[in-house]
Write a protein that binds this ligand. Structure first.
Ligand SMILES: *[C@@H]1O[C@H](CO)[C@@H](O)[C@H](O)[C@H]1NC(C)=O
Ligand SMILES: *[C@@H]1O[C@H](CO)[C@@H](O)[C@H](O)[C@H]1NC(C)=O
Ligand SMILES: *[C@@H]1O[C@H](CO)[C@@H](O)[C@H](O)[C@H]1NC(C)=O
Ligand SMILES: *[C@@H]1O[C@H](CO)[C@@H](O)[C@H](O)[C@H]1NC(C)=O
Ligand SMILES: *[C@@H]1O[C@H](CO)[C@@H](O)[C@H](O)[C@H]1NC(C)=O
Ligand SMILES: *[C@@H]1O[C@H](CO)[C@@H](O)[C@H](O)[C@H]1NC(C)=O
Ligand SMILES: *[C@@H]1O[C@H](CO)[C@@H](O)[C@H](O)[C@H]1NC(C)=O
Length: 492
């Protein structure tokens, strides 16, 4: 009869053996973890509160020359903190509207509000998304010249035409010799926003004479009949919009306010957003206009690590704040089937070395060192996942998973590779020797070692065109699962 010690040792062996039934035999992960559960949703209150703190409403200044180039888009708040920063290279606002593109407008303009009679003091618009101004000849009240100007300013949706009197620079310094100002905006404003009555001292003080103050007459507003359809930023696709609903979706990373509705600037913020430790990089953004008490107030850029769509665009506003012009954009991966969802040889449990989209290669003499599984418990999302390390625990050699086709990358462009790696199947300490190397054209650009639940890892790479991505790793029973792999382009 075996000694109790031997029995105990045998039992321990059985238990530990039972704990590592290999993936090929449908073993269950020792430490399952649902990392997409409890993903945060937008903090409406913080957005509403911050919208009450920013003031993005301006008029054409009294003291700067006409025809200044449109400044880059400004970020006026980030995650509830008011800021004043520009997004380098991200703004569409510095480019002229390109003819024949989406930005081309077919239609004309409609008068939103009429000027007051010339004998009365009037007011100019103080509104969001001010872009620049010009002066047009004041021989007549030349509306057409002002509309023509709008056509030349990228992003112009609206112009405010008015006379400004007692502006010394207009009267004596600027070469145009006109006081008929035409201010261009990237959003439409109505007469309730005519709040700038002038009252500024522009003329120099001479002796003890009273300096005449600026005043405004004949202020009219003209809006483009069709809003410009924003150009979809490089590396993204339009998912929905425009609608009156902002997303209320999981995977929310935070928000920024922009001083105008600049989709490309929002894309740049998403690309530049630091990765969430659980959810990874920004993969989706929702841009919308906040209208407070009927007045355009700010432009929200909300970022997500889980792509959303119109089905969750159900936040129509809170209190006085109304959501308008909401659009969702999803980041495009140049890697097809990064989630191994294309492997559908069964509907419950199966695995393979290779299929149409991925190729698994074992070490010489190894067996099933790189495989793809259909089995939801192994997947981070969906039913597919990749496995490195001998699936049946036949050896401890590494394997390599690589997409079946080289990537459709653009030479010279930067990309961020992201993969979710789960090294938890066998638990600790067996997983302590787990490792995954990310290789770009055979060169190691990133790695993960040791026990972890599905966690995102990133590597920034430069493409040479037709690049080869691969993942090498596995030291069974220190298995490594891969899922939700993406290769996202960065803006030029
Ligand atoms: C993981 O969490 C998500 C979101 O809560 C849920 O929809 C999904 O059913 C969960 N999956 C599992 C396997 O528990
Ligand atoms: C933001 O900063 C720029 C440059 O420093 C300054 O000209 C501008 O007035 C600032 N805007 C606000 C709203 O503070
Ligand atoms: C036209 O503008 C010039 C320069 O500001 C000004 O001196 C002149 O009085 C203006 N004429 C009219 C008709 O407003
Ligand atoms: C302005 O100055 C002049 C002479 O310098 C003086 O005669 C006049 O009284 C002053 N007017 C006022 C209102 O102070
Ligand atoms: C201006 O816009 C506000 C908000 O949309 C609206 O309440 C108001 O009626 C508008 N005014 C005019 C003159 O259209
Ligand atoms: C935000 O607003 C949406 C839509 O009104 C609502 O469903 C959601 O619960 C709100 N979220 C929070 C955190 O208050
Ligand atoms: C993978 O295994 C092969 C063959 O055993 C070995 O030559 C190679 O060094 C291993 N690679 C890594 C990254 O460990």
């Amino acid at each position: 009869m075996p000694s109790p010690t031997r029995l105990f040792a045998l039992a321990a062996l059985l238990v530990s053996a039972a704990a590592v039934v290999p993936p090929a035999q449908q073993g269950l992960p020792g430490a399952p973890d649902n990392t997409t559960a409890n993903a945060p949703t937008p903090d409406n209150e913080s957005i509403v509160q911050t919208a009450g703190q920013v003031n993005q409403k301006t008029s054409a200044p009294v003291d700067t020359p006409p025809d200044a180039s449109v400044p880059p888009t400004t970020v006026t708040a980030v995650d509830g903190t008011v800021t004043n920063t520009t997004i380098a290279g991200a703004s569409a606002g510095t480019r002229r509207r390109s003819a024949g593109r989406l930005g081309k407008r077919q239609s004309g303009y409609t008068e939103i509000f009429k000027p007051l009679p010339a004998s009365e003091h009037d007011a100019s618009i103080e509104g969001t998304a001010y872009l620049t101004y010009t002066v047009v000849s004041n021989a007549t009240y030349d509306v057409q010249a002002c509309l023509d100007f709008c056509d030349t300013v990228d992003g112009c949706e609206f112009v405010n035409l008015y006379y400004e009197f007692n502006n010394y620079l207009l009267d004596f310094v600027f070469s145009q010799e006109s006081n008929l100002k035409c201010a261009a905006y990237g959003d439409i404003h109505n007469a309730t926003e005519k709040t700038n009555f002038g009252g500024q001292a522009s003329y120099p003080q001479v002796g003890n004479e009273t300096v005449p103050l600026t005043y405004i007459t004949q202020s009219s507003g003209w809006a483009a009949d069709s809003l410009i359809e924003p150009t979809t930023p490089d590396g993204y696709e339009l998912v929905f919009g425009p609608t009156g609903g902002a997303n209320n979706a999981p995977g929310y990373m935070g928000f920024a306010f922009l001083d105008r509705y600049d989709v490309t600037a929002c894309a740049a913020l998403c690309n530049g957003r630091g990765a969430d430790p659980v959810g990874g990089v920004c993969q989706y953004f929702n841009i919308w206009r906040a209208v407070v008490d009927g007045i355009p107030t700010t432009y929200t850029c909300s970022m997500y690590y889980i792509p959303a769509d119109a089905s969750t665009a159900v936040n129509f506003g809170q209190g006085d704040l109304v959501v308008t012009l909401s659009r969702g954009y999803s980041r495009l991966s140049v890697l097809p089937d990064g989630g191994f969802e294309g492997y559908t040889a069964c509907d419950d449990f199966c695995f393979t070395d290779s299929y149409a989209n991925w190729i698994g290669t074992s070490s010489s003499g190894g067996q099933d060192d790189a495989t793809v599984f259909f089995f939801p418990p192994y997947a981070r999302t969906g039913h597919g996942s990749g496995l490195l390390g001998s699936a049946d625990d036949a050896d401890s050699f590494n394997g390599t998973l690589t997409p079946a086709q080289p990537l459709t990358t653009e030479k010279g462009k930067s990309y961020v590779v992201q993969a979710f790696v789960g090294n938890d199947f066998s638990g600790q300490p067996l997983e302590n020797t787990a490792f995954v190397f990310i290789l770009w054209n055979g060169v190691k650009v990133g790695e993960v070692t040791g026990f972890q639940h599905y966690t995102p890892v990133q590597a920034t790479v430069t493409a040479t065109g037709k690049d080869v991505l691969s993942f090498t790793g596995g030291d069974a029973p220190a298995w490594s699962f891969l899922d939700d792999i993406s290769v996202f382009g960065l803006l030029e």
